[in-house]
Ligand binder design. Structure first.
Ligand SMILES: [Zn+2]
Ligand SMILES: [Zn+2]
Length: 251
């Protein structure tokens, strides 16, 4: 991978106390993308063509809606709808044809596993509109680049492995991504060392969180009501974020 390596954002998030430094970056990249799609990209014809082709998932439509720039969102949504309607018209025709074919079947053929298969196919075509998302694609590209940077720094920046080993691991999504990408950029003892360290801090984090969330539930027992919370006050939020990748951004 030949490209400019920007290590500063990785240093920055790894110096913060959190359950997944990559999730901190993900949130930043996501916010930048929301701004980009509501602003700059609206004026860029090539980007509009891409948006018209792929659209956005429900989560990212919601983020753009909540961001409040209604004109930017309206302009983009208008052309995306126009483009989508061409394909949707064809889907609509296929749905009508499939229903007519289904209705025309003799009674003994209307039962069994293939009942409604033609309509199910059209339904899955319609679902692709919601399931493809240009913003998800761009964020995934950025996160791949950041994960590569983490691996690059593990190899080339003398101080980084120590900071990495002191971190609390990652959310499950980024943990899986790190394990998958590691052998592409690291090898030999360094690869082994990285995976050993990562799995070690990850398992320790899960054990710690499991204890913290258990104490959270025990605090609801009146006998514990005067005992200190310790680190458990926000254990639910940190646990769901560990399991589900930034499910809860703020309380
Ligand atoms: Zn994460
Ligand atoms: Zn998306």
């Amino acid at each position: 991978m030949k490209q400019h390596i920007d290590t500063a954002p990785i240093w920055e998030v790894y110096r913060q106390d959190c359950e997944c430094p990559l999730c901190l970056l993900n949130a930043k990249v996501e916010a930048q993308n929301v701004d980009y799609f509501l602003g700059e990209s609206v004026m860029e014809p090539s980007q509009r063509v891409e948006v018209n082709k792929k659209g956005f998932c429900a989560d990212h439509f919601k983020m753009m809606y909540d961001a409040g720039n209604r004109l930017g969102l309206a302009l983009m949504t208008h052309t995306y709808m126009k483009e989508s309607m061409k394909a949707l018209k064809e889907s609509a025709q296929r749905a009508r044809d499939a229903a007519a074919a289904e209705a025309g079947k003799p009674i003994f053929k209307r039962l069994g596993g293939s009942k409604g298969a033609g309509l199910a196919e059209v339904a899955s075509e319609i679902r692709t509109f919601e399931n493809t998302c240009l913003m998800c694609e761009r964020i995934a590209e950025s996160m791949d680049r950041y994960m590569y940077t983490v691996l690059y720094m593990y190899r080339h920046e003398a101080e980084f492995p120590k900071l990495f080993a002191e971190s609390k691991g990652m959310c499950l999504r980024h943990y899986a991504q790190a394990i998958e990408m590691a052998p592409k950029y690291l090898s030999g003892d360094l690869l082994k060392n990285f995976v050993d360290t990562l799995t070690d801090i990850e398992m320790k984090s899960f054990e710690r969180l499991e204890g913290e969330i258990e104490w959270f539930t025990n605090k609801f027992d009146y006998r514990n009501q005067d005992k200190p919370w310790g680190n458990s006050k926000d254990a639910v939020k940190r646990s769901v974020n560990k399991l589900g990748h930034q499910v809860v951004v703020d309380d």
